[in-house]
Design a protein around this ligand. Structure first.
Ligand code: AMP
Ligand code: MG
Length: 397
């Protein structure tokens, strides 16, 4: 049996680099960037007009001119029209490039437009107003996003803007989710009085979906030979096997033994924690990792968030803010020599601090309780009585 910290260290020592792949940029949302994104030109690329109105030379206003002759109309995208006389102006639109002979934009709201003339109706005109200057945001070649950035909508827009129709991202591991146990039937089936529908595998799949991993699913019956054949196949086909069930002390918990027979080295079995004590972890020579979680739904759920997700984030070089910390909002006791992962609902108190309200539920089989809670609070093994106001690591789900 290992401690939570030891289990975490063993798992995080098994980081795998899955390489990179090129994707059409529109399909890259939520993936991890694997190249640097730089400005392909100055941004903005020209002195950009930011208001619809007229372009003038400020010196003319300074010299007392307040009525301007409209020399031309310049739309966004047009070649700039130049001013010639001191009382010339150009009617100009937002997004147009400022003519070199002009230096100030006056918006329509501050003008009266009549018979080819524009007359100022405001004397609050500042030189250089309403212009977004070339290179003000980014210079050609400036770094905008580093490798490791989780691609979001803002970056998708930027990729479009710099003409990156394809983008290099981190490849994702090939994952299979295995359920095990003869008591489990499919979602569409009606369970007999003593059976239940399998659900853990769907929970795990849903969580992986958040990371854009399209995992396969397979069910193992409690029969040694079939378990052996299926596990052998999975070890050949996948980078990671996520198993739930069949790793405890039961008569039909064949999985750890079959994994060993297939050359999967046990890196630990059992963690000093509740829920999730029977958690088994190992790898084979080809570095296929096997996370075998106990079948109780809360245990699978907790182990996935506490161990697998941090491993995934580290392997994909995702910038990681976890764990967060939250303040316990009522006293809680836990007398066993185990790290307790307490289900809590999170809220902000009037000082905007993150508070955790314990909602224990009825043990690791009570997965309905997960719906009422938001996170696991990690209660250190050394302590038995946890007091209101103490701060602990929190793992959101
Ligand atoms: P085990 O770890 O196989 O002893 O299973 C522990 C408990 O979790 C048993 O009550 C199982 O019926 C239940 N269980 C195992 N796998 C699943 C699953 N995929 N979905 C829902 N419950 C499960
Ligand atoms: Mg079982």
């Amino acid at each position: 049996m290992v401690s939570v910290e030891e289990a975490e260290k063993i798992i995080l020592d098994q980081i795998i680099d899955f390489g990179t792949e090129l994707l059409p940029f529109e399909q890259s949302l939520g993936r991890v960037l694997a190249e640097e994104i730089r400005a392909d030109r100055d941004m903005p690329p020209f002195n950009r007009v930011t208001m619809d109105g007229i372009a003038i030379n400020y010196q003319s206003v300074y010299n007392g001119i307040s009525t301007f002759k409209i020399r031309g109309i310049q739309a966004a995208g047009d070649t700039p029209i130049q001013l010639i006389e001191a009382d010339d102006c150009i009617e100009i639109m937002t997004g147009a490039s400022l003519p070199e002979t002009a230096d100030t934009i006056i918006r329509y709201e501050d003008l009266e437009m009549r018979a080819g003339l524009a007359t100022l109706t405001s004397n609050d005109i500042k030189q250089g107003q309403n212009i977004h200057y070339k290179g003000r945001d980014k210079k050609l070649d400036d770094l905008v996003a580093e490798s490791g950035y989780m691609i979001d909508a803002a970056l998708i827009g930027f990729l479009a803007s710099v003409g990156k129709s394809e983008v290099m991202v981190k490849k994702l591991p090939k994952v299979v989710i295995l359920s095990s146990g003869d008591e489990l039937v499919e979602v569409k089936d009606t369970p007999s009085l003593y059976q239940i529908r399998r659900s853990n595998n769907y929970t795990v799949k849903a969580i992986l979906n958040k990371y854009h991993i399209k995992a396969d699913m397979l069910h193992l019956p409690d029969q040694q030979e079939i378990i052996n054949t299926q596990l052998k196949y999975c070890l050949e086909q996948y980078d990671v096997i996520l198993l739930s069930g069949g790793v405890s002390m039961g008569k039909f918990d064949f999985i750890p033994n079959e994994l060993k027979k297939l050359g999967v080295e046990q890196l630990f079995h059992k963690v000093q924690q509740r829920p999730g004590k029977p958690f088994w972890f190992g790898k084979n020579e080809q570095n296929t990792l096997v996370f075998a979680f106990p079948g109780n739904p809360v245990a699978t759920f907790m182990c996935l968030h506490r161990y697998f997700i941090p491993w995934l984030k580290k392997s994909l070089h995702i910038f990681n803010r976890d764990p967060e910390y939250a303040i316990l909002d009522s006293d809680f006791s836990f007398k066993l020599p185990l790290t307790c992962f307490l289900q809590v609902s999170l809220y902000q108190n009037s000082d905007y601090r993150l508070m955790a309200k314990p909602l224990e539920g009825n043990g690791s089989g009570d997965f309905a309780n997960l719906i009422d809670t938001d996170a696991f609070l990690e209660m250190p093994i050394q302590q038995e009585d946890f007091k209101t106001g103490q701060v602990f690591k929190v793992w959101r789900f």
